[in-house]
Ligand binder design. Sequence first.
Ligand code: GUN
Ligand code: ZN
Length: 438
Amino acid sequence: MTSFALRGALVTFAGDPFADGVAAARRYEPDAIVVVEDGRIRDCGPATDLARRLPADAPVTAYANALITAGFVDAHVHYPQLPIIGAGGLPLLDWLATYTFPAEERYADATYARTVARVYLRENLRNGITSAAVFATVHAASVDALFEEADALGLRLIAGKALMDRNAPAALLDTAQRGYDESKRLIARWHGRGRLAYAITPRFAVTSSPAQLAAAGALKREHPDAYVQSHLSENRAEIARVAELFPGSASYLDVYAKHGLTGARTIYGHGVHLSEADFRALHESGTALAHCPTSNNFLGSGLFRLAAATDPQRPVRVGLATDVGGGTSLSMLRTMQAACEVAQLAGAPLSPSGALYLATRGAARALGVDDRIGSVAPGMDADLTVLDLNSTPLIDFRMREIDGIDEALAVQMALGDDRAIRATYVAGRLVHDRESGK
Ligand code: GUN
Ligand code: ZN
């Protein structure tokens, strides 16, 4: 049994601030000890209490001017798009055709896929992201590369091969049958291995025929504990195209619902242009959304209505997501800041604590893994991120003026980035240490 402890300020969530209010949901402790044993959190609480219960031989790492949180969870991201991050100035469908699809063709080369997967996972840890729901490309080997690298690091990761059988370059197309067969093999190989889980991944309704969506629905029926991930109602031109391609469907969401692609363990990126009826259907089916603010801004997709999505009358589970490479940053701090700014523009402000919830427990809940990750509490996996609260000269200067945890979080989100990630722990292992460069 290996046990050790971290000491520092701690912020985490024991509930949902959108349902219960921040005061009821948030736990803030200015001087806490978190005891880690065999990859799990064994104990945590105020240092004055914990110091008495701490095993005598447990080493304690004290982080001064720092804030311990649950590891960040990225609810929707495309690792193969890392090489085109920032290529833009175009709306979604043009951006896909001009930059994204050509970039994804390179993943026919498994060696290239492995190189990018390594860079992507390393960047995640440098940004305090300990878990993610990831799109690979249409190539099965791009999934193998990512899962192999994630498994070696002990990461909790959800990923899947993109299913796409029309409206993309020929080199990126599978068929309904081939996509089904390859997904089935990948599920058998990876789903439930270590901390990995498979996501059936029809890219979006534009690039899948009805036959392919039906095959994806069949896979979900055959593997109900596998995930489904895709895109939904991101951009007006995309929505119009889906209406043309599926004239029999009442809405974009209805296309997926008709093919058995809504319900538990199902998460859709974006959902920018959803109706009240859509939110209700998502709520009733238990389907989750990934909010991708930097991407929606970069591609000009629109303003996600977070307050409407989380309406306590019919809440939809929402997690925060980078959506790299439509998204412009793997920093969850930058992404939280973008979520706050989008909420302002949408007329319903989001508190810094609300944004932190979406990046931790909220995203874990959207992915149905909040019993294991997303908060700092006894029994949870020890996936932890330590924020340095004074990571740049300006942040150091600004932090002298702060009054309380809310303002501290606001400053970190406004001014912080990967430099603020002091350390990242995965299942109790130190996997990123800014000082030592590990
Ligand atoms: N819709 C279909 N594919 C994509 C993608 O790769 N990125 C984004 N942002 N939206 C998509
Ligand atoms: Zn996406």
